[in-house]
Design a protein around this ligand. Structure first.
Ligand SMILES: [Zn+2]
Ligand SMILES: [Zn+2]
Length: 212
């Protein structure tokens, strides 16, 4: 798998990812954070066949570009079923609180934990990781984990927003992410990349190393 990251919403530092299988050029766009035409141009310039638009969760800073991408390409929009209502309600996706009133087209595909699809010969697995929101997901493909707002470099997602749950987030990370190989590359919804092994050792919220 190849991927590129875009920072089209600098106020929030949200990472938008394009990921694709090199042979088939089949691609996914993850969290189009703003309606920036560069995202459309990249799909064309890289000669990609966009199969799915995927939101790791329904917060406004991850979905504001959905409409632009969907208008440009006929790819289905996917989100976990527990976050689907956030797409079309500015109050639920929290954008109302920063006076942006972002609404997205509704979802075409509702994901559940363990759902799988393919990009060429690469398998993609949906991992439901509730805690930041009820319907947060991570996507695992070919040694890459797109972790949304679940796991960051030395950080975890906020749990003080509506639908957040600290204990649930910690168990999502420990039970579903820290069971992946240490060398798995973690590509978060904000900030720089890391690995599962580094976070197991260094993440102050969920480190498995006991501290004195
Ligand atoms: Zn979020
Ligand atoms: Zn976010």
């Amino acid at each position: 798998m190849k991927y590129k990251v875009y920072n089209v919403l600098p106020e929030f530092g949200t990472n938008t990812y394009l990921a694709w299988d090199e042979n088939s050029r089949q691609a996914i766009m993850i969290d189009p954070a703003a309606p920036d035409r560069i995202l459309l141009e990249e799909i064309k310039n890289l000669k990609l066949d966009l199969k799915y638009i995927i939101n790791t969760h329904g917060h406004g800073d991850h979905i504001a570009g959905n409409k632009l991408i969907k208008d440009g390409f006929p790819a289905p929009l996917c989100i976990h079923e527990a976050d689907a209502a956030k797409l079309t309600e500015a109050k639920l996706n929290l954008s109302e609180f920063w006076n942006a009133n972002i609404v997205s087209p509704p979802a075409d595909v509702l994901f559940k934990d363990g759902d799988k699809f393919t990009l060429g010969n690469c398998g993609v697995t949906v991992i439901h990781t509730p805690g930041h929101t009820q319907g947060g997901i991570c996507l695992l493909v070919d040694g890459l984990l797109f972790s949304g707002d679940t796991l960051f470099l030395k950080g975890i997602g906020r749990t003080d927003l509506p639908g957040g749950n600290y204990e649930m987030l910690i168990s999502s990370i420990k039970d579903k992410l820290f069971t992946l190989p240490d060398e798995t590359i973690v590509l978060p919804g904000h900030g720089p990349d890391t690995t599962i092994g580094k976070e197991k050792r260094n993440n102050p919220f969920v480190s498995l190393v006991s501290r004195i």
